[in-house]
Design a protein around this ligand. Sequence first.
Ligand code: NZQ
Ligand code: ZN
Length: 385
Amino acid sequence: MQNFQYYNPTRIIFGKNTIAKIAEHIPEHARILMLYGGSSAEKNGTLGEVRFALAGRTVQEFGGIESNPTYETLMQAVEIVRREKLDFLLAVGGGSVIDGTKFVAAAVNHISDPWDILTTHGVNVTQALPFGTVLTLPATGSEMNSFSVITRSETREKLGFASPRVYPSFSVLDPTKTFTLPLRQVANGVADSFVHTIEQYLTYPADAMVQDRFAEGLLKSLVEIGPKVITERENYDLRANFMWIATLALNGLIGAGVPQDWATHMIGHEITARYDIDHARTLAVVLPSMLRIRKEAKRAKLLQYAARVWNLHDGTEDERIEAAISNTEGFFQSLEIPTRLSAYEIGPDAIDGLIAQLNVHGMTALGEKQDVSLDVSRRVLEAAL
Ligand code: NZQ
Ligand code: ZN
């Protein structure tokens, strides 16, 4: 196992009717900005519950944070926080609202141009406002991690940052708040959390016994509940399990002390930035080809994945590996998520542009061994057409 530091200060408040408790977790004299997305949180009553729980407190509101939150919109929130001297943020929504709130938290008192936070991937973040979250979409793990991904619409760039200063101080996870999710978003959440687990697990053996078993438990649970959690909209137990799985898939625990890949995510972000395809859907397109192209480097873990997650024990090594990759594709397809670029009418002429974007963003040596060069990324995209 590799050396590691494991740190996670986020308090989780999980279960039905837990929004009522948020006031206990926000300092009494805090001047709060509640941030949210489009209309979903208003329509399903989540915002109403938050307003009720914070009655009597100083609360202002900022709505309109988009999916793939933009720098341009978030800078408007930064201005409000500065002007109104607000000092606590509360994100109500999915990964986009939470990521956006992390950016606002770090940008408000940032000493130079806030876009630097993204171009330096967070290394220059020395402070951030405290914030909490009310999660409405299980998918990204943003509710218990220190990552954020922001899009600049002007330049069609999608960049991430990480900083220990942007862990939420608390996150409320009420599974009933997911009942109103469109089926497409639930499917996206299943696929995203599946790929988060894969990116930290399917690398090379690192003698990390419990991280492997834990990752396999998350993957098997997702396979077990995947299609059901989508169709059984108001099944509390399924939604509760799914919500906790998605959080655990990217809260740092399974990634501690093990090599991590993330090449699929980095290529996926470029696809979203150029073609506006949902984050999770880009991953379902890239991952199967990524695994096939990098089969030799990942051979030992692919065999372990085949045996322990998919119970594949017969046939040659290559047959078991191919069966595991096709099962992965089949799993995404069972969620009605396509696994080819052609499903989005993206053809071979798109590849040069995507590779150029990876190059501009320094994504030239990706993966657990930094051996995913632009040439390898090109082959992955070609195989995903
Ligand atoms: O905007 P509203 O009206 O709220 O609607 C949202 C949005 O249209 C809707 N929604 C959310 N909760 C709902 C609901 N609709 C009905 N009922 C509810 N309870 O769902 C739509 C998608 O929301 P969004 O927040 O964009 O989705 P997601 O949580 O998948 O977040 C995606 C963003 O997170 C980033 C992605 O790149 C993308 O920008 N990621 C963040 C990560 C992190 N912070 O660790 C890691 C991930 O790999 C990912 O990159
Ligand atoms: Zn993701």
